[in-house]
Design a protein around this ligand. Structure first.
Ligand code: ATP
Ligand code: MG
Length: 410
């Protein structure tokens, strides 16, 4: 038996994927191995609708748990302990009483107010039924801890699985991140502003199985570096969910300077956005991304009316994904807080879209007017300039130095 037990990860949605299932499971199991790199765990094993990950050192459990909670495709997971049951023709009552002793031992030092036992028996030959095992273990735990049984609202659920010649028990079930393993839905490029919405939009596409890379437009030296620093930090905060993602930092000030010479103020924001999408499209093609992602939400600000979304979206021929389009600001902010990006997003910054624009941008930009304005510009030249000036910031989790150090130590 491994010192820290074995972590049992259950998957959900991917269990439904029919013939593609081996592909999803392989992605998931690779992801679990990579996210725990450098931690004291064994090799990932596959069992029926589960992955098993041996934990060598119980002290590492909090860190392993935190990392596994960010693996998309996992429904839930638990750290389980194995108890040998002895030969299959042995006394099942004695075998279960050894499981009870092990559970009571694992509970030593914790206060349990109420509990229930939830047994699953995958060995149907075992001499006791699941309800019988529940009753025996329940009595043992009650006798040792004095806690009461509560089937509806137990403070502690002891999960037990009876397999041939061995049983597993777990005292804590952790909610998984849900969704699909990253990389099973292809690759997309997200426009990351530094605001609250775009990191949430990117995260939602990750949860749907996309590998998401990022592009941020900044107006340095016309404005300060705050938005860029926020984008770098958001990139870093989102990496533990997908392990590998690049951030492109694109200088946009010169593009804006040219746009303002050609276009009256009310249309500028729409033109900025269209130009951003064109630059992002070129970058997406270069890295093999199949769609763009923005944090736009219908009606949230003047630039996000239905008319403007249409005029902006017409600048790209890639699919433009807007996963937040029907969400309220409050809902988006709550999700940002849950995934840990909110605090960074609300730091005040100088966003490039504030440069040379009026307080009241056009809410119904006419495509005709926009196209006329763009004819006065060398759009292709501006896009090329920006793509060439883009800085690529690679991102890996766990960070490469840490992984290299761990490899050297082992
Ligand atoms: P966010 O909170 O994501 O900034 P927002 O509500 O402020 O969104 P806008 O400023 O209109 O909305 O931006 C709409 C979308 O355009 C953003 O969600 C983002 O995807 C993209 N975007 C805006 N500014 C930038 C930028 N400087 N760099 C990259 N993408 C941007
Ligand atoms: Mg913004």
């Amino acid at each position: 038996m491994v010192a820290g037990g074995v972590i049992v990860l259950r998957y959900h949605e991917i269990a439904l994927k029919g013939r593609n299932r081996p592909f999803f499971v392989r992605r998931l199991s690779d992801h679990v191995a990579r996210v725990t790199a450098g931690l004291p765990v064994g090799a990932v094993r596959r069992a029926s609708a589960r992955l098993l990950l041996p934990l060598a050192d119980p002290a590492a459990w909090p860190e392993v748990r935190a990392r596994l909670a960010r693996v998309f495709g996992v429904a839930n997971f638990a750290r389980a302990h194995e108890v040998p049951l002895g030969p299959r023709d042995g006394d099942p009552g004695a075998a279960i009483s050894r499981v009870g002793t092990a559970i009571v031992g694992a509970l030593a030092g914790t206060t349990v107010t109420s509990f229930r036992v939830d047994t699953r028996r995958s060995d149907k030959q075992f001499g006791l039924t699941s309800p019988e095992v529940n009753r025996l273990l329940g009595a043992a735990i009650q006798a040792a801890t004095g806690a009461r049984v509560d089937l509806e609202h137990a403070a502690l659920t002891v999960g037990v699985e009876v397999l041939p010649e061995r049983a597993f028990f777990a005292l804590e079930r952790v909610a998984g991140a849900g969704g699909l393993p990253v990389g099973t839905s292809g690759r997309v490029l997200a426009l990351l502003s530094g605001g609250i919405d775009s990191p949430v939009a990117a995260w939602r596409m990750m949860r749907r199985g996309c590998r998401v890379d990022f592009v941020h437009f900044h107006s340095v030296p016309f404005l300060d570096r705050t938005s860029q620093e926020k984008a770098r930090e958001l990139h870093r905060l989102l990496l533990p969910w997908e392990l590998e993602a690049d951030l492109f930092l694109v200088p946009f000030g010169e593009v804006q300077r040219q746009i303002v010479t050609a276009v009256l103020r009310p249309l500028r924001v729409v033109l900025y956005r269209r130009t951003m999408l064109r630059i992002a499209t070129a970058l997406a093609r270069a890295i093999g991304a199949e769609a763009l992602v923005t944090g736009e939400s219908l009606g949230q600000v003047a630039s996000q009316t239905l008319t403007n979304l249409a005029v902006i979206g017409a600048a790209t021929d890639l699919p433009l994904l807007r996963p937040l389009v029907g969400m309220d600001k409050g809902e988006i902010a709550a999700e940002a807080a849950r995934i840990g990006t909110y605090e960074t997003s609300i730091i005040p910054d100088q966003d490039c879209c504030q440069l040379f624009v009026p307080r009241h941008p056009a809410t119904h930009a006419r495509l005709q007017q926009v196209l006329e304005a763009e004819r006065r510009l060398d759009v292709a030249g501006l896009v090329e300039l920006a793509v060439r000036a883009a800085e690529r910031v690679p991102g890996r989790f766990p960070p490469l130095e840490v992984r290299a150090g761990a490899a050297a130590a082992s």
